[in-house]
Design a protein around this ligand. Structure first.
Ligand SMILES: [Zn+2]
Length: 121
């Protein structure tokens, strides 16, 4: 990934913490170094990230939006009958609209989390 820093700049602090915990190891050494450097830039250290992970693991949100069950991020690739994947923020907005009209608990929607990599299936 060329623009890892640009990509990560869209992440909130808690998302970076989960990303670091679950995804960092999946990148090549060079990328891992860039990621670590960027995390430092954001003033995040082990302790802060641990605290964020603890906080968000049990966090409840009243808005009913579809979130990753592990990291609570809304950056999900949604899979429905036809598999499709949206990554831009505009598309995520569109997906959120779509999901409002669906029963997200019906099991019709599955997702892969872009932050922590969780696959709901
Ligand atoms: Zn996640």
């Amino acid at each position: 990934m060329d623009n890892i820093e640009e990509y990560l700049s869209q992440f909130e602090d808690f998302e970076l913490a989960f990303f670091c915990k679950y995804k960092l190891e999946t990148y090549m050494d060079e990328s891992q170094n860039s990621i670590r450097a960027y995390i430092k830039k954001r003033n995040l250290d082990e302790e802060k990230m641990k605290a964020l992970i603890e906080q968000y693991s049990n966090k409840k949100f009243p808005d009913g939006d579809l979130r990753c069950s592990r990291c609570k991020s809304k950056r999900l690739d949604i899979h429905k009958e036809k598999s499709f994947s949206f990554t831009s923020l505009n598309s995520i907005k569109y997906i959120e609209e779509l999901i409002r009209y669906k029963d997200i608990n019906s099991g019709n929607i599955s997702f892969t989390c872009n932050v922590c990599g969780l696959d709901s299936k």
